[in-house]
Design a protein around this ligand. Structure first.
Ligand code: BES
Ligand code: MN
Ligand code: ZN
Length: 490
């Protein structure tokens, strides 16, 4: 699907369908009658009355060659723009059309920003058109070939092109993340994940990648990571991507949980809970997706992407409940539940990340079912030792439409992850507050003074039902757009 921008009058543009936006309560009929003539305009008016079309956000009044779309109130348009555009896309998909022209929504507004509007609309269109068709011919093929975003003003059309280009670059990264998550674990194991990282590194001249095998990981004393890996027949990989521009203002590390399949290990998951566990590398997928975007956007920030990739499997070689391991920072961990494996791999990955001497470390992880209980399937949780960082991340998430909410790292629960025979235990002694105790466990691997935030994406990383009008079932690429926005704000 090709998206471009062009100067013109939407109602006079050649296209199979033209899409025009109307504000709630706007007296639009008269202007349409003027622009389309008495007869057509009059028919529109009658139809709108019949269908109770008021211009509420997302409402669509559809005619063979024209869709009139409710934009809601102008104040809320920028936040609703993706959702509205996504609804239009699904409407278009039910029509046998290939060429569609959109008006840039909100064009008559004082605060109208053609670049931004085009970016948001393009993002929604591209996200909505996503299909994962590696293993199945889609029932409904995308027949939409060409979308033109029409600007009244020639300068605006040029600005819109910039927004379109940026959206394409960002959604390329999100799409990579979604594909990685959707690919079955049999085909997306640690080796394949590392190969993907190597491919991505070739996309940008400032990107390097290092991949470490089991022996090399052993030399790094990452025994918590290795404990998880020891039950699997597939080798683990430590993946370290670096994006290093010539003059970096700041440096950050993003750690992604990379469990390519989480069976639970000997603390085996029940069948139902295991069904979607190919998604347990969604944090890693978002890190890889982010690097696809970095290659193109080239921000002035040094970025390290770190993934401790392994399966979590039961076998004769698997870690046992009760085993004690020594993580790379020398702390000992009593493994009481092998299904709390993410924090084991992250512990060592976080220690490794801090060796890169970065200003900020962020980890993204499908870490706890408890987070889904707390915040539901559409909202991720953030915990941080720096409230400014947490707020900046939440702000970035809000702007891109990825919901994020802060949860506390209260020290009073730290005692719940203390072990009788080791420094830590990998599950808390209480089953309540599971997201918080997981966060507190990770905090034990963060050095004094290191700015850090942990984002639990167990809910929104993998959608069992559509997340919005523009993000359907399956891998969502959650986090890529938030991180891009946040990096741009540094
Ligand atoms: N990968 C799971 C968490 C998860 C659950 C992700 C649902 C996505 C959707 C994680 O490794 C896990 O199994 N966590 C356990 C922790 C428990 C044993 C303390 C959980 O949440 O039950
Ligand atoms: Mn688990
Ligand atoms: Zn897991």
């Amino acid at each position: 699907m090709n998206i471009t921008s062009q100067k013109g009058d939407i109602l006079k543009t050649e296209a199979e369908v033209r899409v025009v936006g109307i504000y709630e309560g706007e007296d639009w009929e008269n202007s349409f009658i003027q622009r389309l003539g008495e007869e057509t305009g009059g028919k529109l008016q009658i139809n709108a009355k019949k269908k109770d079309f008021t211009g509420n956000a997302g409402q669509i009044l559809s005619f063979p060659d024209l869709l009139i779309v409710g934009l809601g109130k102008s104040e809320t348009l920028s936040t609703a723009l993706r959702e509205i555009t996504g609804s239009v896309y699904s409407q278009l998909q039910s029509l046998p059309v290939t060429h569609v022209a959109f008006e840039l929504f909100g064009e008559d507004d004082e605060s109208f920003d053609p670049n931004q509007t085009a970016q948001l609309m393009t993002e929604a269109l591209l996200l909505a058109s996503y299909q994962f068709d590696t293993y199945k011919k889609p029932k409904q093929k995308n027949i939409l070939e060409e979308i033109i975003l029409i600007a009244e003003d020639g300068k605006d059309a040029i600005k819109a092109e910039k927004g379109i280009k940026k959206a394409k670059q960002i959604i390329d990264g999100v799409t990579v993340a979604r594909d990685l998550v959707n690919t079955p674990a049999q085909d997306m194991n640690p080796i394949r994940l590392a190969q993907t990282a190597e491919r991505i590194a070739k996309l940008g001249s400032h990107i390097r990648v290092r991949v470490y095998n089991r022996e090399q990981i052993e030399k790094k004393n990452m025994n918590a990571f290795l404990a998880v890996a020891q039950g699997s027949d597939v080798e683990p990989r430590l993946i370290h991507l670096t994006y290093k521009p010539e003059k970096a203002k700041k440096s950050i590390a993003i750690v992604g949980k990379g469990i390519t399949f989480d069976s639970g290990g000997l603390s085996l998951k029940p069948a139902d809970s295991m069904q979607s566990m190919k998604c347990d590398m969604a944090g890693a997928a978002s890190v890889l997706g982010l690097f696809v975007v970095l290659a193109k956007l080239e921000p002035n920030i040094e970025v390290h992407g770190i993934i401790a990739a392994t399966e979590n499997m039961p076998s004769g070689k698997a870690m046992r409940p009760g085993d004690v391991v020594r993580a790379a920072n020398k702390k000992t961990i009593e493994i009481l539940n092998t299904d709390a494996e993410g924090r084991l791999t992250l512990a060592d990955a976080l220690v490794y990340a801090q060796k890169q001497k970065v200003d900020t470390v962020i980890d993204l992880a499908t870490l706890t079912g408890a987070c889904v209980v707390t915040l539901g399937e559409e909202i991720a949780g953030v915990m941080s030792n720096n409230s400014d960082l947490a707020h900046k991340l939440i702000e970035s998430a809000t702007v891109v439409g990825e919901e994020l909410w802060e949860l506390p790292l209260f020290g009073r629960y730290a005692k719940l992850v203390e072990s009788d025979i080791a420094d830590l235990r990998n599950i808390a002694t209480s089953r309540y507050g599971g997201t918080l105790t997981a966060g507190l466990f990770l905090k034990e691997f963060i050095e004094e003074g290191q700015k850090w935030a942990h984002i639990d994406i167990a809910g929104p990383a993998y959608a069992e039902r559509p997340l919005s009008s523009y993000i359907g079932k399956g891998g969502t690429g959650y986090g890529v757009r938030t991180l891009v926005k946040w990096i741009e704000s540094l």
